[in-house]
Design a protein around this ligand. Structure first.
Ligand code: IMP
Length: 199
């Protein structure tokens, strides 16, 4: 099935395609649709729903969206919904490696290093009908970045049960354990249950 996703993030599309290989995930750019959503929500779920509804309004068809990030309880949930823009509030424009370094600096004096990747995934059928799944991947903020796979904060989330950071995992291992993998596999069941309406 072709599924339109409200994102421009190639890493998300790559992982969704690995998690649900039976579907083809298309972006607004693939369909030459100009789409931009200003994230104004206060939760992952609000932002995921906002992205999906915004694109649905443009195309009038079902849309999948997700909002994700890294939440650290000891930092009051930061970077959280601001994960992609971490540092911007302080006037810093950081790339992924710099965001990881900034996070490690902010964690220096902190003992409680628990952290969660969160993925809120929404399938909007129409303005009044949508399905939401939100999942997590629990770990600890590493003392230093490690690994080269994945993207974003993968090098700094250490998963004790695996003995490695997410960036030290191969794609299959990450997808089996990740917030996006868990949410995607549940969303897959919802998509299958709606197959006739999505065709
Ligand atoms: P969004 O596009 O607003 O959902 O921003 C998501 C941001 O959260 C990304 O730019 C990454 O910084 C971070 N993030 C989300 N999922 C992952 C992941 O699986 N690994 C590492 N970082 C992630």
């Amino acid at each position: 099935m072709d599924i339109l996703v409200a994102t421009g993030n190639k890493n998300k599309i790559k992982e969704l395609s690995q998690i649900m290989p039976e579907h083809r995930f298309l972006t607004p750019a693939d369909l030459n649709i100009e789409y931009d959503y200003d994230e104004t929500g206060t939760t992952y779920c609000e932002n995921a729903l906002g992205k999906a509804l915004c694109l649905h309004k443009l195309v009038g068809k079902p849309v999948l969206a997700e909002d994700s990030g890294l939440s650290v309880p000891a930092l009051n949930g930061d970077p959280g919904i601001y994960s992609a823009r971490y540092g911007l509030k302080e006037g810093l424009k950081l790339n992924d490696a710099e965001k990881n370094a900034y996070l490690l600096k902010n964690m220096e004096a902190i003992k409680d290093r628990r952290a969660f990747f969160v993925c809120s995934m929404v399938l909007v059928m129409n303005e009044y009908r949508y399905f939401v799944v939100q999942e997590t991947m629990e770990g600890e903020i590493a003392l230093a970045p490690a690994g080269n796979n994945g993207f974003g904060y993968d090098p700094v989330l250490y998963i004790p049960a695996s003995g490695k950071t997410v960036a030290q995992m191969c794609d299959d291992e990450k997808n089996a354990l990740s917030h996006r993998g868990k949410a995607g596999r549940k969303m897959k069941l919802i998509i299958e249950s709606l197959a006739k309406e999505l065709d």
